[in-house]
Design a protein around this ligand. Structure first.
Ligand code: SF4
Ligand code: MG
Length: 331
């Protein structure tokens, strides 16, 4: 079967209006991103804030229109859909947001919050809608007693359960989780993550899972995509990437996890990032990471590395050090 979601060369450039300094241009929020989610799998998206993770998710489910690229959802061309066809595909993709309170209408009861998508997508109304909402609440560990309560009457974890029940209402195939547990206490985080895992097993869900907490991503993801300045710089089986990151940027991200000691291509040599993330409206030439990379050499400043798959392998990284002829990478 085709992957449930197949994203090809997605680009989102935002024009910048010319200001008093007379400089226009574009912000390259997402710049040629490709990945796919096999059915029932979780793909984790990591990278510093501003790397384009959230925009990538919003392009992949077309909450934001891409500048170019392709999104195949269950083999269908999402970007070519209009009207009812688009609505029908949208029902099969849902999001769970970071702030459980902010994403739930404070003036709506749980019945209306969870029941709304059932109405919008014509799944159920009247008494069958109430019955379905109760079923959804029970699926996420709440109950029919909660039907007429309001979001502020719930704890953060419970409120996130309401958001999950709402996301499940239309029987989606893919759920986009953008920092879905970041606002919760650690013990509550674990409960929600376990709930998401259980639901994945029971309902065959696929997740695109975004989190800045790498331990959370590690727990959830089968495959990992690492983003830097709008590009994927490394991709592969999650355990393999955590065990042996290939790209200097990934090495640096993982080295920052307390207690985690990944084997790097450079042995004990620790990658330490220097400086700030450059402006996405003016990305560095060559490898965008070269201004911060401890291993940068001449070619890095002029030539952009391509995301190359290893022969026969599922892993890929975009770094000149990994090119077959990258020997001059030895500093
Ligand atoms: Fe560092 Fe060069 Fe590799 Fe970029 S291509 S990550 S600058 S070594
Ligand atoms: Mg974000």
């Amino acid at each position: 079967p085709p992957p449930i979601l197949d994203v090809r060369d997605l680009v989102k450039h935002y024009p910048i209006r010319s200001g008093p300094l007379g400089r226009g241009g574009v912000v390259r929020a997402v710049d040629g991103v490709s990945f796919h989610i096999p059915r029932g799998h979780t793909v984790g998206l990591v990278g510093e804030s501003g790397s384009g993770k959230s925009t990538t998710a919003r392009l992949a489910n077309r909450l934001v229109e891409p500048t170019s690229g392709q999104v195949l959802f269950d083999g269908e061309d999402l970007l070519a859909k209009r009207g009812r066809q688009l609505k029908a595909l949208r029902a099969r993709m849902q999001m769970i947001f970071q702030d459980p309170y902010g994403s739930l209408n404070p003036r709506m009861t749980v019945l209306d919050i969870v029941g709304e998508p059932l109405e919008v997508h014509g799944v159920a109304k009247g008494r069958s809608r109430v019955a379905r909402v109760i079923e959804l609440l029970e699926t996420v560990g709440l109950s029919g007693r909660d039907l007429y309560r309001f979001p502020h009457q719930f704890s953060g974890g419970q409120a996130q359960r309401i958001g999950i029940a709402r996301a499940l209402a239309t029987n989606p195939d893919v759920i986009f989780c953008d920092e879905s547990v970041s606002a919760l206490d650690v013990s509550v985080q674990a409960q929600i993550l376990n709930l998401l895992k259980r639901l994945q097993g029971e309902l065959g869900l696929s997740y695109l899972f975004i989190a800045h907490d790498l331990n959370v991503v590690r727990y959830m993801a089968d495959e990992l995509c690492v983003m830097y300045m709008g590009e994927i710089v490394e991709r592969g089986d999650s355990d393999a990437v955590f065990a042996e990151p290939k790209h200097p940027y990934t090495q640096l991200l993982l080295a920052a996890i307390p207690g985690h000691d990944p084997a790097t291509a450079r042995g004990k040599e620790r990658a330490v990032a220097r400086g700030e993330v450059p402006s996405p409206s003016d990305p560095p030439s060559g490898c965008r990471f070269h201004t911060r990379c401890p291993f940068a050499f001449d070619r890095c400043r002029t030539q952009a590395p391509v995301l190359r798959s290893e022969p026969g392998g599922e892993r890929a990284a975009a770094c000149h050090l990994l090119d077959a002829d990258g020997e001059e990478g030895t500093r």
